[in-house]
Design a protein around this ligand. Structure first.
Ligand SMILES: *Cc1c(COP(=O)(O)O)cnc(C)c1O
Length: 359
């Protein structure tokens, strides 16, 4: 029996995708082999990767002057590779600090450049997105970095920052493909696939082509966006199976009606959970309402001594991975694209029942 998996990542995948991968495991489309066994330079795999890229471009309406790269190392590697790929001729970058993942990006960037924290939400324990008019940007910065959905704190940008001529760089790991996005407003978008796009092992990088000439000479070839763009992400052996499964997820999203359709479902799912939490004094939420994440819903039980009983009861009802991140404690429900509405309804009924029993 499959559980409702509220993990923040690696996370739930669409059941239809898992079934298709299972059905194709031993013999992909009459090739007589698994995708795992294919040469990345053979025509079968080149077709799989090209289809995945084309579908991703369709889903996100990625303009022609942007490259799509399928890399490895995850967002944490990109935290270092963003400065290495963009710092030529510059010495500083602007960062907006909205929580744990921003802090990790900042820590990494400090190894390569002067980091100007242009705005921070630390003063209120990372429970909001600092409004654009408070940002102290530096016109000479190589780029402005944001984390558009803070997976741990549960804050999400509901607007796109305008950074003028300075390229905007976004870690979108945990909400890419969950909502429409105007790619043209960004210089670079990156994210690990394992939250909303596929299995772990694949990193998505979407980069405007005029930014490909800004790498430091020390950049490793496998992480040099320009070299990877010129070689269809095959400077090294790409994560072939992860690309294939992500491709199946992209096909699933298209069948479901595309990003706008998924976004309206995500709005409805998040509303169910937040409305339930807001009706109650038994549960606490910290994030400012306007900045709440649709993907990751952190909450606390007012009486933390009930945490264990809460998690145990959830498991008995087939719901797992609701424990909050160790950095913040409490609970967290990650409700990515592939979390069915039934999972969210089961959670809401349980929240109400548990309160009735223990409140
Ligand atoms: C999960 C996550 C990361 C870390 O990704 P890795 O694939 O482990 O490198 C970075 N940023 C955000 C916003 C995340 O949600």
């Amino acid at each position: 029996m499959r559980v409702f998996n509220f993990s923040a990542g690696p996370a739930v995948l669409p059941e239809a995708v898992l079934r298709q991968a299972a059905a194709e495991m031993l013999d992909w489309h009459g090739s007589g082999m698994s995708v795992m066994e294919m040469s990345h330079r053979g025509k079968e795999f080149i077709g799989i990767a090209a289809k995945a890229e084309a579908d991703l471009r369709t889903l996100l309406s990625i303009p022609a002057n942007y490259k799509v790269l399928f890399l490895q190392g995850g967002a944490i590697a990109e935290n270092a590779l963003v400065p290495m790929n963009l710092l030529a001729g510059r010495t500083a970058a602007d960062y907006i600090n909205t929580g744990e993942w921003s802090k990790k990006s900042i820590k990494e960037a400090k190894k390569y450049c002067t980091v100007n924290v242009a705005a921070s939400a630390e003063d209120r324990n990372f429970t909001y997105i600092p409004p654009r008019e408070t940002w102290k940007l530096d016109a000479a910065a190589a780029y402005v970095h944001v984390c558009t959905n803070e997976t741990i704190g549960g804050v999400e940008y509901q607007w796109t920052p305008d950074t003028g001529a300075v390229p905007l760089v976004a870690d979108m790991s945990s909400h890419i493909l969950s909502r429409t996005v105007d790619v043209a407003k960004y210089g670079v978008i990156y994210g690990g696939a394992q939250k909303n796009a596929g299995p772990a092992g694949l990193t998505l990088v979407i980069v405007r082509d005029d930014l490909l000439d800004r790498a430091l000479p020390i950049i490793p070839s496998a992480f040099h966006w320009k070299e990877q763009a010129a070689n269809d992400s095959m400077v090294n052996t790409p994560p072939t199976y992860a690309i294939y499964v992500a491709g199946l997820v992209f096909e699933w999203l298209l069948r479901e009606g595309g990003i706008a359709a998924i976004e309206s479902r995500n709005v409805a799912k998040a509303k169910l959970v937040y409305d339930c939490l807001d009706r109650s004094e038994f549960y606490l939420t910290a994030v400012r309402k306007e900045d709440r994440s649709r993907m990751n819903v952190p909450f606390k039980l007012r009486d933390a001594s009930l945490d264990e009983a809460f998690l145990k009861g959830a498991k008995e009802r087939g719901m797992v991975q609701l424990k909050g991140h160790r950095a913040v404690g409490g609970m967290r429900a990650s409700i990515y694209n592939a979390m069915p509405i039934e999972g969210v309804q089961t959670l809401v009924s349980y929240l109400e029942d548990f309160e009735r029993e223990h409140g």
